[in-house]
Ligand binder design. Structure first.
Ligand code: ATP
Length: 513
């Protein structure tokens, strides 16, 4: 199965099993907007809990807030979003399709990287055991040519983006001979800037309505509350404020399912530090956030850092954590050293003093900020794409299984009476009663046991408990594990502790401290 086929199957599977539906589907959907179904909302809530507990509960110096989506419009002038939250867009005149100029170039660079890797692989096969990869990379003329093309495009792009030179961006696309994937032509328009914020009106026209924005990031809700939280929580630097909430961006190119949405959710934490100590904390948070991802057990090779060369207007260092999606390595999370830009700007625009008095040094200053910002929906897609597997079983059977880490699985346990009589449903119900205060559990008595197992595999339920006639005699049941399909006989009274141990969030959190 190619990665593209896998991705298509994943999208179909998430709809069929109630994870994700297109928004307002009966009206043919709304581009780049999605609804989470009965399974999706459970998985999403579990991801949120994993993030929230790791970032707040396990730490004495980070607290959470929940700020409003609407904010005073001056917020977005101060933050730079009104002036600079733009993407460079370009249209192809033949296909009438619109693209982000920087994304077209990045995809071209990724293709050149692929070509280099293919050359190396070919050489590896040709030379066999005597292959010296480092030597080949430094001496092959073909690799050198591809590498120099890649470096030249990359450095021109970074310079053009940093200086906002739109004509040069177009010229790089022309020079790199990039064709539109739809029409196959090079008939490009000029590059224009496009502001990504949605605006709307607050108040009635009669009162004199004002333009306000749907927030494009949750971070500003944290900055404007810096003093409130610091003072009422008696927080001492270094400390952090965390928030989970919706953000909205009028993305030019909405593709790749829930990877790029117009309404999405972010989990952000702003960590306030002494000026001059930001690089220490930047490295600290890079390491911790990577560990948080890797603790899910999908394999370290699925992740990598990408250090930014083009820095946003507020940053002095930035890196992405990228995950290997079916469509390649892509950003899931950003770690940004935002300097004192945001707090200083709000100080200037609001006319209020936003400073911290440091009892240790006896000085007042505007704190520096290190931010960790992860997209909840991208995290969801990461888990689904890493978890999805199609397997052939003994006897010619096959199954689709979602190997979601047990603590994040939407349903932790399915309790299945072998037959609908002889008191077995009652035993099953009593097992559910012993688990339901701690875990999401499901009861299922329809169809053969095999079919019921398949249904649970397809939604990623890590444990199936089967109640049979022996259960009525000796108070034991069979527990089947999703991944190994191993079955074991256990006492009914032992089930809660087994599930807590293997499917409780604590099993993940303990690895982080
Ligand atoms: P991209 O380069 O992919 O547009 P970004 O660098 O603009 O993303 P940030 O502003 O750093 O993204 O936002 C932090 C996180 O929010 C991203 O790492 C991503 O996980 C998530 N995110 C940003 N835009 C979207 C979107 N349109 N849909 C879903 N998640 C998003």
């Amino acid at each position: 199965m190619t990665q593209e086929e896998l991705f298509k199957k994943l999208i179909a599977h998430s709809k069929e099993y109630g994870f994700i539906f297109p928004s307002s589907e009966i009206y043919d959907g709304l581009s780049a907007v999605y609804d989470y179904g009965q399974m999706g909302v459970e998985l999403k809530n579990n991801i949120k809990a994993y993030w929230w507990e790791a970032m707040t509960r396990l730490r004495e110096n980070i607290v959470g807030i929940d700020a409003a989506i609407f904010m005073h419009p001056r917020t977005w002038e101060a933050s730079g979003h009104v002036g600079a939250f733009n993407d460079p867009l370009i249209d192809n005149k033949d296909s009438k399709k619109r693209y982000r100029a920087d994304v077209l170039l990045e995809e071209h660079i990724a293709k050149l990287e692929d070509k280099i890797e293919k050359e190396v692989e070919k050489a590896r096969k040709r030379f066999g055991d005597s292959f010296d990869e480092a030597q080949y990379r430094s001496t092959s003329p073909k690799v050198a040519e591809l590498q120099s093309q890649k470096d030249s495009i990359n450095s021109r792009m970074v310079t053009a983006l940093n200086s906002g030179d739109l004509a040069e961006l177009r010229q790089i696309i022309v020079d790199a001979d990039i064709v539109d994937p739809v029409s196959g032509t090079r008939n490009w328009t000029d590059v224009r800037q496009f502001n990504l914020m949605f605006d709307t009106r607050i108040g009635s026209v009669a009162e004199g309505a004002n333009t306000i924005y749907l927030r494009p990031e949750t971070a500003q809700g944290i900055f404007v509350n810096f003093l409130n939280v610091q003072k009422t929580g008696r927080m001492k630097i270094p400390f952090g404020i965390a928030q989970i909430g919706k953000a909205f961006r009028n993305e030019i190119v909405a593709r790749q399912f829930i990877f790029r949405m117009r309404e999405f959710e972010q989990m952000e934490m702003q960590f306030f530090v002494r000026p001059g100590e930001e690089m220490h904390w930047y490295e600290y948070w890079k390491e911790f956030r990577m560990r948080w991802h890797r603790t899910l057990g999908f394999g370290d090779a699925m992740y990598r850092f990408h250090d930014h060369e083009k820095l946003a207007h507020y940053a002095n260092a930035a890196a992405d954590i990228e995950f290997r999606f079916p469509f390649g390595f892509k950003e899931v999370e950003g770690i940004h050293s935002r300097t004192d830009f945001d707090l200083s700007q709000h100080q200037t625009f609001s006319g209020r003093k936003i400073q911290y008095f440091d009892p240790e040094s006896g000085e007042s200053y505007v704190p520096f900020v290190v931010e960790t910002s992860i997209g909840l929906d991208r995290m969801f897609l990461q888990i689904l794409s890493a978890a999805y597997a199609e397997e052939s079983l003994d006897g010619g059977d096959s199954r689709v299984v979602l190997r979601i880490p047990a603590p994040l699985a939407p349903v932790k346990v399915a309790v299945l009476p072998l037959v609908k009589k002889d008191g077995l449903p009652e035993i099953a119900r009593s097992i559910i009663d012993s688990l339901k205060f701690d875990h999401n559990v499901q009861y299922d008595e329809k169809d053969s046991i095999g079919k019921r197992y398949r249904r649970q595999d397809a939604i990623g339920t890590p444990f199936c408990v089967t109640v049979d006639h022996q259960s009525a005699e000796d108070c034991t049941v069979t527990i089947r594990r999703r991944d190994s399909m191993e079955q074991m006989r256990v006492a009914i009274s032992d089930i809660p502790s087994l599930i807590n141990k293997e499917a409780g969030l604590r099993t993940l959190l303990e690895k982080l401290v």
